[in-house]
Design a protein around this ligand. Structure first.
Ligand code: ASP
Length: 439
């Protein structure tokens, strides 16, 4: 078996956390490839090393003296090294970083040092080979990641390497210019490494025991999702559930490699398994609930709309002209509603309205803001009768007025629109009916 293990910033924030990670890795000889993040926050008031690096580099770029700021970063690493009783010194690396900062090596280079240095410590600590991601993760000149080239180089490099540490988050162009993924991008590196070695599993270790059925800020101690499919995850994450970087799914998904979200602080927990498909029935009819506030419903009315060919296209062209993407598009006989993000829409609303008038000549347009959308997701809904009925009776009992319903034909999700102020009540009512009362 080959396991690729990625550890997030909070799992590597201190010597104490490092030693937990060391135990996790040494407890399973299949954990052969390790992808570390940069040290994260040790407590809620702390700063991530990545943020310290961005700040420090901004000073260098403004030609300010950045030596104190860089020293503070070195202290973070030294505390880890000393706490682990290691004899490693990063002085040489820090001298080189200072020199490169002076020469304006770029913000991506600066941020990447967080993972680079943590990778050196990790490799020494585990006695694994260190592989600089700049040598094996390839980006195009324009900053776009090159999966094909990377896979070729990385799989060849790891073929004869029994155990290695490959720092997350960055790579380089063929000219040697360091580039990073977007924030949280070590998740992507882990997935790329898992693909390159054709791992049996990609374990993503973080500070929670997997995905929760609902947001813990709304539901007290929600249950963990044991198994979720990639499609369900996608439906939930576009509505705001974030544990894993969105782009981390693609490299492994195509290979059929499952991802296991695990908790460094509770390694005995099984976490969440993300799979392509499963015949394991979920514990509940629904797999998860997620949602977001802040949408606008643009209601467009026109007599005989349903027989006018091209009406929908003209309406959507008005949004496209102003660079606004739509979220949902429910329609009636003579009405069509376009749901858009309020934040994106508000500055351009009058231009969009006049564009709709110009292009589609509706009878009237009516706007309703402050709407929240809730996605109720679950592969189990397909085989269960009455799911929608139960959701709506729960909402009616909780006195929540439903503004919109949209069920995709995949029967994987039901989207419900409610007023922003009913958002929390609605989520509680849905969680209650499916999880607490277990029907
Ligand atoms: N260290 C980077 C960040 O803070 C990348 C990562 O942790 O995945 O975003």
């Amino acid at each position: 078996m080959i396991k690729v293990v990625k550890f997030g910033g909070s799992s590597l924030a201190s010597a104490g956390q490092f030693s937990k990670v060391g135990k996790i890795i040494s407890s399973d000889k299949d954990r052969r490839y390790v992808v570390p993040s940069a040290p994260g926050k040790r407590n809620s008031k702390d700063t991530k090393v990545t943020d310290m690096l961005y700040k420090c580099y901004a000073m260098a770029e403004a030609e300010e003296n950045f030596s104190v700021a860089l020293k503070k970063i070195q202290e973070r690493y030294d505390a880890i090294i000393n706490g682990l009783n290691m004899s490693l010194s990063l002085n040489k690396e820090f001298e080189e970083i200072a020199e490169n900062f002076k020469n304006k090596a770029g913000a991506d280079y600066a941020a990447s040092r967080g993972e680079y240095l943590n990778g050196i410590i990790m490799a020494n600590y585990l006695n694994y080979e260190f592989i600089d991601a700049a040598e094996v993760i390839v980006f195009h000149e324009d900053g776009e990641f090159d999966l094909e080239k990377t896979n070729e180089i990385l799989s060849a490099r790891l073929k004869n390497c029994e155990r290695a540490v490959i720092p997350g988050f960055y790579g380089a162009t063929e000219q040697g210019m360091v580039k990073t993924f977007s924030r949280g991008g070590s998740d992507i590196t882990g997935s790329i490494v898992a693909k390159a070695v054709q791992a049996d599993i990609y374990e993503n270790w973080t500070d929670v025991s997997g995905f929760l059925i609902a947001d813990p800020r709304i539901i007290h101690k929600p249950e963990v999702i044991k198994v979720i499919t990639y499609r369900e995850l996608r439906e939930l994450s576009y509505m705001g559930a974030t544990v894993l970087h969105e782009d981390a799914v693609f490299p492994v998904r195509r290979e059929g490699i499952p991802i296991n979200i695990r908790n460094t602080n509770a390694p005995e927990d099984e976490g969440t398994l993300i799979v392509e498909s499963t015949c394991r029935q979920p514990d509940y009819t629904i797999t998860g609930i997620a949602g977001k506030k802040g949408f606008v419903a643009v209601n467009i009315d026109k007599d005989m709309m349903n027989s006018e060919v091209g009406f929908g296209r003209k309406v959507l062209a008005a949004f496209e002209e102003h660079g606004i993407s739509f979220e949902h598009l429910p329609s009636g006989i003579d009405t069509m509603t376009v749901f858009v993000h309020q934040e994106e829409f508000v500055g351009k609303e009058q231009q969009v309205l006049s564009a709709i008038h110009r292009l589609a000549q509706p009878d009237s347009i009516d706007l309703e803001g402050d709407i929240a959308l809730i996605a109720v997701v679950g592969r189990g809904m397909r085989s269960t009768r009455g799911t929608a009925g139960r959701i709506f009776s729960a909402l009616a009992h909780a006195n929540v007025n439903v503004k919109m319903i949209d069920q995709g034909s995949s029967e994987l999700n039901i989207i419900i629109g409610v007023k922003n102020c009913d958002f929390e009540t609605a989520i509680k009512a849905i969680y209650d009916i499916f999880v607490v009362t277990q029907i």
